[in-house]
Design a protein around this ligand. Sequence first.
Ligand code: FMN
Length: 369
Amino acid sequence: MAMETGLIFHPYMRPGRTARQTFEWGVQNSVACDKAGFTSMMISEHASQIWENIPNPELIMAAAALQTSQIRFAPMAHILPHQHPTKLAVMIGWLSQILEGRYFLGIGAGAYPQASYMHGIKDAEPQMLNEMVRESLTIMEKIWKREPFFYEGKFWDAGFPEEAPAETEDDEQHMLANFAPYNGALPEIAVTGFSANSPSMKLAGERNFKPVSIFSGLDALKRHWEIYSEANIKAGFTPDRQRHAVSQTVFCADTDAEAKRLVMEGPIGYCFNKYLIPIWHRFGMMDGFAKDAGIDPADADLEFLVDNVFVVGSPDTVVDKLNTLFEGCGGWGTLQVESHDYYDDPAPWWNSLELISKEVAPRVKLPGA
Ligand code: FMN
């Protein structure tokens, strides 16, 4: 079994990109990844960030449904505290039918307090957000079952009506629409984990959902797996590292020097200097990377990240770096490549995706292999 490759599309478009450009870049990436053999594409949902400018990941998936044939899509993540669970459950069911099952569902509590604020949550306490995630899931699962209920929750009320009997033999006006996910099966659910003592990883383990982490240093990643597997075993399941997806900045070119130049001087370097390095300092992510390399987090700059944290280089170098990373943390099943804004000059990006999927992934040693 080979390591799977996925794309995660946040999409880190530089300020000034129009909605049309972002949307077009999303659909182009889905088609390119489908052709290159990527198994999944995850698309973020953000209402507040100019650099993460997709409020409705489902629109890109719907546009890509008719232009792709193999790749699976997931919102990563729908932010459950920000919407009514029935509205979301019905949309998800319909989209999974449109995609004829090439769909799984990423859920999250929300990363940015500004986005929570916009949805009426003034003090976004993690504990409350996580409770909202759990209640939303309970309601969505009931809606997908299509059995009559009425639920009065702490955050939302919702129900499913009884279908009225037919008045005459050929009467169809009483029939209820079926927006359950494709084939009536629950979609696979994936949960995003970020913090060291991740409540999301605990939820994923308890419910046997797919764990998805952002790479934020070896300790955090090892901790995610521990939290997930402990909860998973306690709930009677057998944890499978193959299901763990980890997102990482990966860029491949024909030579190491070319790859480093394209990252330092291109869209990835620009995005990190302007947006992600300050954010990583703010969210404490830099601490883990600095600890792994034995430096002061304040000294972590773009070149440090390119050389020590990102996976950048020729295919041989990228394989070596991934194998070393896997030895250090136990490995994972899907490498979720972080996408960037190569809209103006996409050729190096398409080349990188092809190399990662065709020349790197088959040579990475998987956990237990
Ligand atoms: N938060 C968002 O507001 N929108 C997103 O699209 C989003 N995507 C994420 C993707 C990944 C891979 C990860 C790891 C996190 C993402 N988040 C996103 C953050 C989550 O909403 C949430 O804040 C985080 O996973 C909480 O993790 P914790 O339970 O480990 O503290």
